[in-house]
Ligand binder design. Structure first.
Ligand code: 48N
Length: 326
């Protein structure tokens, strides 16, 4: 039944004459062969006789749990732990995954869904702005963007989710990187300094728990955490909030840092330069990047522009590699 002529809008992207309309059976192919034909030919070519291969529920459970627990065992000793899978943490992981496929890298993300604040460009607007030279990172990652000659200082990714999903898929495809999501870092593993000065404390890993447990320590009997040892921890937990700025606040509560600088008002120009320039090892074994850094340093916030997040990630990766290049 064709749509009512009066309100029907023609196809937005291409007109039908430009399309080489293929039968569905040729749209999804397996090794170049029309898979639907292949898929259905074993069922007499009809969906109504379709059946999946048989399974027993315990096979699914074992396929998931075996892998998860072997990963927990493997990453119990990691080379690098990244706390927070937002735009900065994922950019850090992407650079490290490319540069050092020999290192074991664990990413701990409190939410079920990684990505942090990078699924929208700002407020509810989906386009994401990155100021140059962050377009170099997009080129390396292979994310398309638009340039406007009238605004040569920045580029626009048509939807923030295009950057974040591309970054996420590349990071998760590295064999040496494991994402533990729905998992929170609820403390840092520390080693006392020979000086006895708490400000010389060395960070030697993270203390983790299921996020739902972390959220309910006050109303449940304490459920003890798990641990991951690592010589380098990179904290990118975002600016203050229920979970944000985790390591910055923990350093203050353990007297490793005197006090928080506290994020200042919005000033794009100074905020983005400061975050990238000051991404650093704030105490032995702990590098802080992204918006969490504004809480330590008291730098401004930049609002809806993400160039500093990806380039802070590049800098954080470089700082971490100094430890392994020694
Ligand atoms: O996206 P965020 O919050 O943090 P960044 O630094 O990667 O990116 C910040 C950016 O999105 C902005 O805020 C923009 C540029 N706006 C600036 C402005 O002026 O408003 O990601 C942090 C991630 C989140 O996914 C959290 O769930 C996670 O870290 N997280 C944790 N994961 C595990 N354990 C924790 N303790 C923890 N705390 C936060």
């Amino acid at each position: 039944m064709s749509p009512p002529a009066a309100i029907y809008e023609p196809a937005f992207v291409v007109t039908k004459t430009d399309l080489k309309v293929k039968p569905l059976s040729e749209v999804i192919t397996v090794n170049g062969e029309a898979s639907q034909v292949k898929l259905l030919e074993q069922f007499g070519g009809k969906w109504d006789s379709f059946k999946f291969a048989p399974i027993r529920e315990s096979q699914v459970s074992r396929a998931m749990t075996r892998r998860y627990f072997s990963d927990l065992d493997k990453y119990a000793e990691s080379d690098i732990v990244i706390i927070g899978a937002g735009s900065c943490g994922l950019s850090t992981a992407y650079v490290l995954g490319k540069a050092r496929p020999d290192l074991k890298i664990a990413i701990i993300e409190a939410n079920v869904s990684p990505g942090g604040g990078a699924w929208l460009g700002g407020q509810l607007f989906s386009a994401m702005i990155l100021r140059k030279p962050a377009d170099a990172f997009l080129n390396d990652l292979g994310v398309p963007f638009e340039e406007d000659p009238a605004n040569p200082s920045f580029v626009v990714v048509k939807h923030a989710a295009l950057l974040t999903s591309t970054l996420l898929s590349r990071v998760l495809s590295f064999p040496n990187i494991k994402l533990f999501n729905a998992t929170s870092v609820e403390d840092l593993i520390t080693r006392p300094a020979a000086t006895g000065n708490p400000q010389d404390t060395r960070i030697a890993g993270v203390v983790t728990n299921w996020t739902l447990v972390t959220l309910h320590h006050d109303d449940q009997s304490c459920m003890d955490p798990n641990t991951i040892n690592a010589p380098v921890v990179i904290s990118t937990t975002g600016h203050d909030g229920p979970f944000g700025a985790f390591s910055a606040k923990r350093l203050v509560s353990m007297a490793a840092v005197e006090k928080l600088g506290g994020m200042r008002g919005l000033d794009m120009n100074s905020a983005e330069d400061a975050i990238v320039k000051n991404t650093r090892e704030v105490t032995k074994g702990l590098i802080i990047g992204g918006m969490e850094l504004s809480e330590i340093d008291g730098s401004n916030r930049m609002g809806p522009t993400f160039g500093a997040m990806v380039l802070s990630g590049v800098k954080a990766a470089e700082e971490a590699l100094k430890v392994f290049d020694e």
